[in-house]
Design a protein around this ligand. Structure first.
Ligand code: GLP
Length: 242
């Protein structure tokens, strides 16, 4: 059962999601948080800075990482998570995990990461964004809904969308390490966020279309505890049930 909350704008939606995260980490100071990157969750992380005293013992897992970006590259998800989550919320760095995009054997790194999540007891609360093509993490359309952490080839649409963070399209990696959809669905609670007109089609397909591999985001409808948080623009193509 997909629960949907629609807000007037991304700022209001982000404050609401931040309040849910605060509830999670105040109820369990040792909570395991799944953290998304991209522009969507940035307002949530900013809102959480006022509550950073609650994050000292929290463990965080990033969803994904580009393969091959130089160490310390500002657009590597390791850098983004370090900036927007670890430092901003004062988590203990040794409790924050991001796939190693520079591993000599990326597939082996994928298996290591999958095992590490399992060893930490799994994710309590997973924050997710959604790509314009309906991807979640870097699971592109066509990804199996039982997929595990692995190396993926980025869709050209994704590279184009993410090129806004790079000096040029050529700089955007072609491969990434991503938690699989099956991995993500093992989190105990999912909060999926989508804001803006550009996500409206992907949201409508995920909510109103069939649960299918062509819409990775539709996979979340298989989860028993998932909340979809939208602004009016991203919800604009969702037909309200009769
Ligand atoms: C990125 C990330 C996803 C993110 C999506 C949307 O490539 N891999 O985790 O949800 O694309 O990004 P944004 O929030 O910037 O629209």
């Amino acid at each position: 059962m997909l629960n949907i909350s629609v807000f007037a704008n991304a700022a209001a939606a982000s404050r609401f999601v931040a309040s849910l995260v605060v509830n999670c980490v105040t109820n369990d100071p040792y909570a395991v948080l799944g953290v998304a990157t991209g522009s969507t969750p940035s307002g949530v992380y900013r809102a959480l800075t006022a509550h950073r005293r609650h994050f000292r013992h929290v463990t965080a897992f990033a969803l994904d990482e580009y393969v091959g970006l130089p160490s310390g590259h500002p657009e590597s998800f390791a850098s983004v998570v370090d900036r927007d989550v670890t430092r901003a919320l004062e988590l203990s760095p040794d409790r924050v995990h991001v796939p190693n995009g520079l591993a000599t054997d990326p597939e082996n790194e994928a298996s290591r990461y999958e095992e590490l999540i399992r060893r930490c007891g799994g994710v309590d609360l997973q924050l997710l964004g959604m790509g314009r093509n309906g991807h979640i993490a870097f699971n592109e359309p066509g990804s199996a809904h039982d997929s595990r952490t692995r190396v993926v080839t980025l869709a050209e649409q994704t590279r184009l969308d993410n090129s806004r963070f790079f000096a040029s399209l050529d700089e955007v990696p072609r491969f990434a390490l991503t938690q699989g959809i099956g991995t993500i669905l093992e989190a105990r609670q999912l909060i999926v966020m989508a804001f803006g007109d550009a996500k409206a089609k992907a949201v409508a397909e995920a909510v109103c279309g069939p649960v299918s591999e062509s819409s990775p985001a539709s996979a979340v409808r298989r989860h028993s505890d998932v909340l979809l948080v939208l602004d009016l623009a991203a919800a604009s193509l969702v037909e309200s049930p009769e």
